[in-house]
Write a protein that binds this ligand. Structure first.
Ligand SMILES: Nc1ncnc2c1ncn2[C@@H]1O[C@H](COP(=O)(O)OP(=O)(O)O)[C@@H](O)[C@H]1O
Ligand SMILES: [Mg+2]
Length: 387
């Protein structure tokens, strides 16, 4: 039975889905996290200092010597660099660590994409150099934290001050690209990108903050545009130097022009992976574990139906007082599930500072249109009270 060390940030929604996938595959899972005492999960837990990739790599090597490990998989951005370094040292399938580091640094990502002439927004260190509207973003955060559209130099000044209150690293400024946005889920094997799914993000994402809400697959873009999206994603992954494992990319299409917004060396975040099923009911987590263990990956075409998720945003900062109407939301035809990820009574922080979602609504159906409609209807039936 192969043994996988799963690197999990203490704050994650996804550990249980990987545990289930490991069980289905007959993989022995050991969960490594920053603070093993702080994570409730069944199975074996070890503490690994994920925030310090060097120390984490040493710890992983020691774990391998002690119990023998066949692969290291990072659930999220937080462990991806440690997984790459450990993979390199211990000889598991892995991305080059410098490529993973480039995905965690939005400035380095832009430079690498520029060198390879991958289409992307113009970027600079001030809005004056790219023009307005622009987007200011911290180079090292994710989940839209601190990503702010600015239409004037004054707005840029205010955005920088707002970001500085919670991010002390550099920021990058990009040309604001209008148009539609899609997300691509793929799996790299020996440098070849296998496309797993393309999602439409049908809510207008025009800022000033970029809350993620709807993801619906399959995308309704014309086939030629989808091909172009796939090609651009593959070129971007290769320009960054990524070669193995899951990638999650976001691209914008402005008329005829495609722009790569970003490529992450991980699978889709939050609980959104639950929208995806491959072959006969195989989860995305199973695919990731299979790839890591060099198990066969036949039949990884996504199921035929459409699927989608509504990531429930936090309407404003405060304390989550109540979530009304859950049964009504779940009663909407095609809606399959609702997971609230923040308990009532807890503080909630809205974007651009926030780093969580309230929860996730899932739907499946014959077409992307009906899935989207069902998710919108179910969302409208929820009463989220923040005090
Ligand atoms: N240059 C840009 N033009 C238009 N929208 C952008 C731009 N950069 C980011 N965004 C919007 O902000 C979201 C988050 O930005 P992104 O660079 O992906 O950071 P994060 O790592 O936080 O997800 C994107 O999905 C997109 O909707
Ligand atoms: Mg993003």
């Amino acid at each position: 039975m192969p043994r996988v060390l799963l690197l999990v940030p203490t704050v994650t929604y996804r550990a249980p889905d990987f545990v289930a996938a490991a069980r289905a595959l007959g993989v022995d899972l050991v969960v490594g996290t920053d603070d093993a005492a702080g994570l409730a999960a069944d199975g074996r837990l070890v503490t690994i200092p994920l925030a310090d990739p060097d120390a984490a790599t040493d710890t992983i090597e020691a774990i391998d010597r002690k119990i023998g490990v066949d692969a290291v998989v990072a659930v999220d951005d937080g462990g991806s660099l440690a997984a790459a370094r450990a993979g390199e040292r211990l000889g598991f399938p892995h991305n080059p660590p410098d490529a993973v580091a480039a995905t965690r640094d939005k400035a380095e990502m832009r430079r690498r994409l520029a060198r390879a002439e991958v289409p992307q927004p113009r970027f600079a260190s001030t809005g004056a150099d790219v023009g307005y509207p622009c987007v200011v973003k911290p180079t090292g955060l994710s989940g839209s934290r601190g990503v702010i559209r600015c239409d004037t130099p004054e707005a840029e000044h205010a955005a920088r001050a707002r970001i500085a209150a919670f991010w002390s690293g550099p920021v990058i400024v990009e040309q604001y690209v209008p148009g539609v946005e899609v997300a691509v889920e793929g799996l790299l094997r020996a440098g070849d990108l296998e496309l797993l799914a393309t999602f439409d993000k049908p809510d207008p994402l025009v800022g000033p903050y970029f809350e993620e809400t709807l993801y619906v697959t399959p995308s309704r873009l014309p086939v030629e545009q989808l091909r172009a999206v796939e090609r651009a994603t593959a070129r971007a992954a290769s320009a960054l130097g990524l070669t193995e494992g899951p990638v999650h990319a976001e691209l914008r299409i402005d008329g005829e022009r495609l722009h790569v917004i970003e490529v992450a060396a991980r699978s889709i975040g939050g609980l959104c992976a639950r929208t995806l099923r491959f072959g006969v009911g195989v989860s995305l987590e199973e695919l990731v574990l299979r790839h890591a263990c060099s198990m066969p990956l036949d039949g990884i075409a996504r199921e035929q139906v459409a699927a989608g998720v509504m990531m429930l945003p936090i309407p404003r900062s405060g304390t989550l007082a109540a979530v009304h109407g859950r049964e009504h939301a779940l009663a909407v035809p095609l809606v399959e599930g609702l997971e609230l990820t923040i308990p009532v009574g807890r503080p909630v922080v809205a974007l651009p500072e926030g780093d969580r979602y309230l929860g996730f609504l899932f739907a499946r159906g014959p077409t992307s249109e009906v899935v989207e409609t069902a998710l919108r209807e179910a969302t409208s039936r929820l009463g989220i009270v923040v005090k």
